[in-house]
Design a protein around this ligand. Structure first.
Ligand code: COI
Length: 354
């Protein structure tokens, strides 16, 4: 693909790598490419990061025909820059787009766009421990029309920002509220996609959780409000009596790249991983019976986040004395070890940006 480059007049001052937080400082450039029904993808370009103009009648502003991805670039001790399983993000976006009737960004184009932007922004990939360059590919309808239909024009863009931990807690345990009233997804809906609408619908639960002193919401299935599914920004895994449990990918849960990687590593280590429905009642009972050994969330932004407390209605359980579990720590060290190039990548997951 030919990518046109438009240079910035002046580059931004880079933020202090020790206080990056998450998603606050955008880099100098962004990747943009347009799609029309008649011409397909065209005009791939890397241009200065800047506001974009949209018609007030733009379809996305009204009907949310929008999808996105989350991935990271890591700087290794030798100064190499690498991505982690970028083809998984490309494939997931293809699946999200199919559900939202949006055109496909072919896998090779997606990966090429990400690599090209990261290469241009290589000085923005931070080197402080636990930091990385977060990459946000996204796509949306640009057509101006108020009838509800499949749009005929779209933009695919990629922006980046250097980040530290997603949660203020870092790798320390977070408190999670089990949402028993609102739901996130039902079978046949968009739960398995990474579309903005899923997140918009989750914010009320998040607000409620924060008011009660919790970091995030654990969603139950939308039909019975009985089976545990996922947390606002991550998948979730439970270690019960030595075995791992996580919700199956059956249309309502996001097929997380970190989730998939954890399952591979855990099975490699000999753990039984049950991708199965687990009821909230069984989970709370396991907590009270002392069988719930560890709980952790997995996600690109959050990496691996230990859960120290779960509240379901008036029932509260503390997990592992509110300390990070041994397995959670080992998984974190292994995954981030591969991502930051400190451990051998025997799975072939990392892709160098040259
Ligand atoms: C990610 O983990 O990359 C995500 O996209 C979660 C995000 C909504 C913060």
């Amino acid at each position: 693909m030919e990518i046109r480059m438009e240079k910035c007049k002046e580059l931004k001052q880079k933020p202090d790598q020790k206080h990056l937080g998450f998603g606050k400082y955008m880099t100098d450039y962004m990747f943009v490419m347009d799609w029309t029904k008649d011409e397909g993808w065209k005009d791939a370009r890397i241009v200065p990061y800047a506001p974009i103009t949209l018609e007030p009648a733009c379809v996305t502003l009204h009907y949310a025909q929008e999808t996105f991805e989350g991935m990271k670039a890591y700087r290794t001790a030798e100064g190499k820059i690498q991505l982690f399983r970028p083809e998984m993000n490309a494939k997931r976006m293809i699946n999200s787009n199919a559900r939202l009737c949006m055109p496909e960004v072919p896998e090779d184009m997606f990966v090429e766009a990400v690599k090209a932007l990261v290469k241009v922004e290589e000085d923005w990939v931070p080197s402080e421990p636990e930091t990385s360059l977060y990459i946000r590919p996204f796509m949306f309808a640009t057509e101006s029309a108020l009838g509800v239909h499949m749009a005929t024009a779209y933009k695919f863009m990629v922006i980046c920002c250097p980040v530290g931990a997603y949660y203020a807690e870092g790798i320390n345990p977070v408190k999670i509220l089990v949402e028993d009233e609102l739901v996130r997804a039902v079978k046949g809906g968009t739960g398995f996609t990474k579309c903005g609408g899923n997140y918009a619908g989750s914010i009320l639960g998040q607000v409620k959780a924060e008011k009660m002193g919790y970091s995030q919401v654990l969603w139950l299935d939308g039909e019975h409000r009985k089976y545990v599914e996922e947390v606002g920004t991550m998948n979730i895994m439970f270690k019960i009596d030595g075995e791992i449990y996580t919700a199956p990918i059956e249309g309502t849960v996001l097929p997380g790249v970190t989730r998939d990687s954890m399952i591979h590593i855990l099975r490699d280590w000999g753990y039984k991983v049950n991708e199965t429905r687990l009821s909230i009642d069984d989970l709370m009972k396991a907590g009270h019976d002392g069988k719930l050994e560890e709980v952790f969330g997995t996600g690109t932004a959050a990496v691996i986040s230990p859960v120290g407390e779960l509240r379901y209605k008036d029932d509260v359980i503390t997990i592992n004395d509110f300390k990070i579990g041994e397995l959670t720590q080992k998984l974190y060290d292994t995954l981030t070890g591969i991502q930051w190039g400190k451990l051998e990548d025997k799975y072939g997951w990392t892709v160098e940006v040259k």
